[in-house]
Write a protein that binds this ligand. Sequence first.
Ligand code: ARG
Length: 459
Amino acid sequence: MAQLWGGRFTKETDQLVYNFNASISFDKKFYRQDMEGSIAHVKMLGKQGILTETEAKEIAAAIQDILQEVEAGTLEISHEYEDIHSFVEATLIERLGDTGKKLHTGRSRNDQVALDMRLFTRQEVLETDQLLEKLLHVILTIMEHNTDTYMPGFTHLQKAQPVTLAHHLGAYFEMFKRDRQRMEDIYRRMNYCPLGSGALAGTTYDLDRYDTAEQMGFEGPMLNSMDGVSDRDYLIEFLSALSTIMMHLSRFSEEVIIWNSNEYQFVEIDDAYSTGSSIMPQKKNPDIAELVRGKTGRVYGALLSLLTTMKGIPLAYNKDMQEDKELTFDAMDTVKGCLGLFTGMLSTMKFQKERMEASAKHGFTNATDAADYLVNHGVPFRDAHGIVGQIVLYCIEKKIAIDDMSLEELKAISPVFEEDIFDAVSMKTCVEKRLTIGAPGQEAMKKVIAIEKKYLSRD
Ligand code: ARG
């Protein structure tokens, strides 16, 4: 047991208490941020004359050494310390003696940990954004090549109207684009520095909080020291955005699983991204998509856990807040892993275009267009709906598609039909007539692709 705060205690901490309280096993994850924060702090103490310039330089250099040794693997972060802050300070004191003891002047672990977690999360926001960007590139490439790949669009998982693969994937493009916007937004809002908040009430030292904020790339200091040590909103926002990413990935995974099923065969997942069965030799399972879908639950869990942890905590810092880390780290890693794997799976997946197109031809996906044809020839929509309903019934009995009917058969149901009905209900017409922006028609789709290409080339 190695603690920073033994002074007012007369008894040793019980080992079980010590273990329960310690956080080094997980807060060592932000050792780099902890040391970068300490270097910024000590440089500012030197500039402000709170430490001498020599002391500040000596401490900053020693922390830099510790950092390099940890990165090189020559110095191990020992679990005998309570947390990463204690490890760094103790190692520093071992090396510099009394000078090392001055590092923590004007600082508390409360503002220190708030800073570390913020610095770490800020980087995670950027990395998640980069992974989303890669996924968007893959989606857009598939879209560009498939503006005329017809497939059924569904509602209630029932064939509804024909769309294209570009259009279907375009929906996911928009979702992941909004996810990126959420990253940008969270970054902007969280990028204020808690360091200098002290334990809760600032300090009596003449700290320059603007200086430390600037050294670490923050917009400025957080403007209330009690908020500085106890705000975890930014983590909740991030976990909420991560949950939304997982929800999108999970919906997409579900579609991949359906499309990959023997019944659909719309796609074939690459061998490198599928797994087999230990007993059934014919099996090629979509495990990656299933795992992504499955892991969505644990990311939601992290969000709900932190919301619940925070809801009853009075100002300012309370130890409950230490619980902000483990599940959040897990959620961060889970989402990054899922984004990377999903992108790989998607970029190697084969789309069985003929199967998709054949499927779009059946299931009366052109029934709305047949009704629209009648409307264009003066039949009120509600009547047209009824007429086409009869046609569908007739086709179901005869096991044929609308396109397979003869003009005589059609005319027997409504005399309004003429030869041009066949062109009007052909799949090509059904899709290509839909030209309002956002619709699947090729010309409309190409406009959207151009807009999104421009958006991606901004980065
Ligand atoms: N490990 C603690 C945490 O994660 C660091 C802050 C400790 N502060 C304190 N007053 N005990 O929240």
